[in-house]
Design a protein around this ligand. Sequence first.
Ligand SMILES: NC(=O)c1ccc[n+]([C@@H]2O[C@H](COP(=O)([O-])OP(=O)(O)OC[C@H]3O[C@@H](n4cnc5c(N)ncnc54)[C@H](O)[C@@H]3O)[C@@H](O)[C@H]2O)c1
Ligand SMILES: O=P(O)(O)OC[C@H](O)CO
Length: 336
Amino acid sequence: MQIQVVGAGAWGTALAIQAAQAGHAVTLCARSPAVAQRLAAERVNAAYLPGAAFPDSLAVAHDADKALAKADLHIIGTPMAGLREALGRLPAAASVFWLCKGFEAGTGRLGHEIAREVGPQLRVGVLSGPSFAQEVAAGRPTALVAASRDEGLAQLAVTALHSERLRIYTSGDPVGVEVGGAVKNVLAIAVGICDGLGQRADAPLAPGLNARAALITRGLAEMMRLGLALGAQPDTFMGLSGLGDLVLTATGDLSRNRRVGLALAQGRSLPEVLAELGHVAEGVYSAPTVLARAQALAVDMPITAAVVALLAGRLTPWQAVEQLMGRGARAESERS
Ligand SMILES: NC(=O)c1ccc[n+]([C@@H]2O[C@H](COP(=O)([O-])OP(=O)(O)OC[C@H]3O[C@@H](n4cnc5c(N)ncnc54)[C@H](O)[C@@H]3O)[C@@H](O)[C@H]2O)c1
Ligand SMILES: O=P(O)(O)OC[C@H](O)CO
């Protein structure tokens, strides 16, 4: 297969390497000609994925390269903020998967909603699941889910990427997979804040491991409530893109979203933390849109609401703990 990967960040680069190792003709497209030139010369993406050498079969190009219109499969590895533009540049009936996890800031759209607006004839799907780019690039065992309403397209992702090191499961519920990927990032910030407070020597009454487990579990309940209101299937949230990715991102220190939360708990400012991160932390940009969509559907998301207020500087980490712990009692299984 001819595969085009647009977006040469950590994740786009890792999957381009995987697909090339699986024997496909892969072109990794960087945003600027200068970056494309550097990647082609150095054969490694030192800025975003150091240490992962490019296989010989991996070509590098600049986005505008016309030859890329011929690809059998397009993979968009930009952050959510670049998805609309990247979709808009594809041929009308192209087959495409995106890797970004979030709601579009401003419009509040999920990827499949953007695709419906930008390219109604596109064959579309989302690839998600618990996956740190560094581990995938190093060939460490990983499982992902390729979700599309077009079963043939989901199988195309299997053909492109499935291997002994990277299992690709299929799903017919792109809405559930997208909601899981977007909301887990916000929850990972919350768990990072919780764990960060727990690490502070000056805080004997800080939240600990019990609180972390409670946040993950009640966060999953929030994710499901929003997903069901948006038309997702409940089982999806127990799968790789729901519970699986939530556990990985909330507890794994490779997570950028978790690291944002850990740093905020140490009293650092958000702009300072983001400047140091050097990579995208989608939860920061998605949190307000997750909350806005939840509110429009009368879905209660108290953890998300606390993260939004905290990121906006309206709440301190300690006040967020007090606010969440001070809520009235309720049944565990309440659906709204
Ligand atoms: N890194 C991971 O482990 C991982 C795993 C699974 C999913 N994801 C998701 O994949 C997406 C990309 O993440 P990443 O880790 O590769 O990001 P990254 O921060 O490593 O790289 C981002 C890349 O996108 C480019 N970029 C930034 N803004 C852009 C825009 N508006 N339009 C086009 N390109 C833009 C940057 O130049 C850079 O090449 C995110 O939505 C992330 O949540 C990441
Ligand atoms: O580093 P994060 O927090 O963006 O998470 C990366 C992946 O989404 C984990 O599956």
